[in-house]
Design a protein. Structure first.
Length: 208
């Protein structure tokens, strides 16, 4: 069975490849495709955006497609940046990319005490068949706290600021195996793979 991972984010693609060891499934990503189309994320929820991307890329490439939408929800910011996590700095005319997103978040939380810096990483996955029909979805999250300066170099996005209090480490300080075991994306993917096994999708023939 061939499944396209609908992401052009090198960090996400790497994590998916590290976590997806299912035998009988051939994985590729948008990084393997020449000039993939841009799918506008017009949804107001992670689920809506995941489904939009999975369906659009599945129809475009006529193949089974797995898409995720994920981001950071900070309690002190009323759940933002949320679905705009990747574009947070850009939306505030404060640059673009991970470093600028992190710098803006720290400025926004500068006067917020530690006890009010709770946050969650959220991930929703959507799997579409080659006709663009959403077949399965899965969602999970991990809770933590935003610290006041970056720590670690193993992650991407907001990982260097996201502290897991029970471990005393940010998600950027974890080894890949540790992170995948507890991360929002790792947990959501395990949910999805279990659903795939239940309905027999892992036994689909290659190219189906």
């Amino acid at each position: 069975m061939k499944i396209l991972i609908a992401t052009g984010n090198a960090g996400k693609a790497r994590e998916f490849r590290e976590m997806l060891g299912e035998e009988g499934i051939e994985w590729s990503s948008l990084l393997d495709q020449p000039s993939p189309p841009n799918v506008e994320e017009t949804g107001t929820t992670f689920r809506e955006n995941a489904c939009l991307k999975a369906a659009a890329y599945a129809r475009h490439y006529a193949t089974w497609t797995l898409a995720d939408d994920s981001g950071l929800a900070v309690d002190a910011l009323d759940g933002r940046p949320g679905v705009t996590s990747a574009r947070w700095a850009e939306l505030h005319s404060a640059g673009r990319g991970d470093a600028d997103n992190n710098a803006l978040l720290l400025r926004q939380l500068a006067d917020v005490p530690d006890g009010r810096r709770m946050a969650r990483f959220v991930c929703v996955l959507a799997l579409a068949n080659s006709a663009g029909v959403i077949v399965l979805t899965a969602e999970d999250a991990v809770a933590g706290r935003i610290i006041d300066e970056p720590r670690g170099s193993n992650g991407f996005g907001y990982d260097p600021l996201f502290l897991l209090p029970e471990l005393g480490k940010t998600t950027a300080e974890l080894e890949p195996g540790q992170k995948h075991a507890i991360s929002h994306r790792g947990k959501a993917l395990r949910r999805l793979r279990e659903l795939m096994r239940r309905v027999g999708l892992h036994r689909e023939s290659p190219g189906s």
